[in-house]
Design a protein. Structure first.
Length: 396
């Protein structure tokens, strides 16, 4: 960690801006975070940032949201993490709750010109992140090979277990093959003062809530307990985040009749047109529940329930992660995982970022120009998002 945020309010405002402008899905979010916190604010080095991404790839839950919380937590402790989560998550959550109320209608937003413009802005943001992290983290032939092999494997076998397996193999390969100072230097800790006792308590609380609410839901008829259990379990047991959680949520709320199928699909469509993490779809579902709590209360209730596991896991594991990564052998392993993280971003840049947005020759030209303004003319990502949305509305 190179620099500290000056205040909690400024940290919250930074994340609130990201929450309003981070379109494009979890991979794009990681690009926005790198540009903001590594390139501009210099709160993290590329190595430390890649380490956080690798850790969150191992954990169940939404990886981009976990990374955002972890950065805030490392900056200013609990309050920093919570305010980071609020700033990044609440804009899209409130938009989806409004949609559930029927006060906002997105229509066929997923196929509109302005949404395509936002997706193409995300193409430029991810391309910049891949380029920048590749230069910093893949500075030898072996590391470049790690990155491209990881990208190839993930593209051929696109499952979350493949991603986790690639990271594990990258760690083993780094531990076995990397030995020179140039290959492992720079992979240092970001906050060695984190409390392992507090971390252990968070991990214990995660397990207690997972088992406790499952038992309580089985033994009682309380709707609120049942809702909390369903969303907490969804946030605890899904690997890959984003779209991967949808089958779990559908099983949790549609099958028992809490939300009907057409409402579920309508909310999913609206979730594609708002910035921020897809897990905020839970806020729409909570606001659409057939029985209390519903509306604003239900939306916030289910949103918090699905995110508590991620917050507890990240807070619990960071202290141990910080100490493990200071070991020389761990540094070699992390150099390997950092290279494979670049490979994962390369694969994700193609699928889903590129193939979902670059659908024509005009879209290619649009993305190239967006990358030019972002990389060469140093246009801030939030400004690129606004300009791309307007240009997409005009052009497409």
């Amino acid at each position: 960690m190179n620099k500290k945020c000056t205040s909690l309010s400024s940290l919250f405002l930074i994340y609130l801006r990201l929450g309003f402008t981070s379109f494009g899905g979890p991979v794009a979010h990681l690009g926005y975070f790198r540009d903001e916190f590594v390139t501009r604010k210099k709160w993290l080095t590329d190595e430390a940032y890649a380490d956080l991404v690798a850790l969150c790839q191992f954990l169940p839950g939404p990886a981009s949201s976990q990374v955002s919380y972890a950065i805030g937590y490392l900056q200013r402790g609990w309050w920093g993490g919570i305010l980071a989560w609020c700033g990044f998550t609440l804009p899209s959550a409130f938009a989806l709750i409004l949609f559930a109320y029927g006060l906002a209608s997105f229509g066929d937003a997923a196929n509109s010109g302005w949404v395509l413009g936002l997706k193409l802005a995300a193409v430029a943001v991810v391309a910049k992140a891949v380029w920048g992290m590749g230069i910093k983290l893949c500075n030898t032939k072996t590391k470049i090979t790690f990155a491209f092999l990881a990208a190839a494997v993930v593209l051929l076998f696109p499952t979350v277990w493949t991603q986790i397996g690639v990271i594990v193999l990258g760690a083993i390969g780094g531990w076995l093959l990397f030995s020179t100072a140039s290959e492992i230097n720079g992979t240092g800790g970001t906050n060695p003062s984190l409390s392992r006792k507090k971390g252990a308590l968070c991990l214990a609380l995660f397990a207690v809530l997972l088992v406790g609410f499952w038992l309580a839901a089985s033994l009682t008829q309380s709707r609120a307990v049942g809702y909390f259990d369903a969303f907490y379990r969804s946030g605890s047991l899904v690997f890959g985040g984003g779209h991967v959680v949808l089958p779990l949520l559908e099983e949790a709320v549609v099958r028992p009749g809490w939300v009907d199928q057409s409402t579920f699909l309508a909310g999913y469509g609206a979730a594609q047109a708002v910035p921020g993490p897809l897990f905020t779809f839970s806020a729409f579902l909570g606001a659409s529940l057939n029985e209390s709590p519903t509306g604003w209360l239900g939306g916030l209730f289910c949103l918090i329930a699905i995110y508590i596991p991620s917050i507890l896991l990240v807070t619990g594991l960071l202290p141990f992660w910080e100490r493990i990564r200071g070991n020389r052998g761990a540094k070699r392993a992390l150099a390997g995982t950092n290279a494979t993280v670049v490979g994962l971003l390369i694969a994700a840049f193609y699928n889903p970022v590129w193939i979902s947005a670059v659908v024509s020759t005009e879209a290619v030209a649009f993305a190239v120009i967006a990358f030019l303004f972002l990389q060469i003319w140093k246009l801030p990502p939030w400004a690129l998002v606004i300009a791309s949305g307007f240009a997409g509305w005009v052009i497409f």
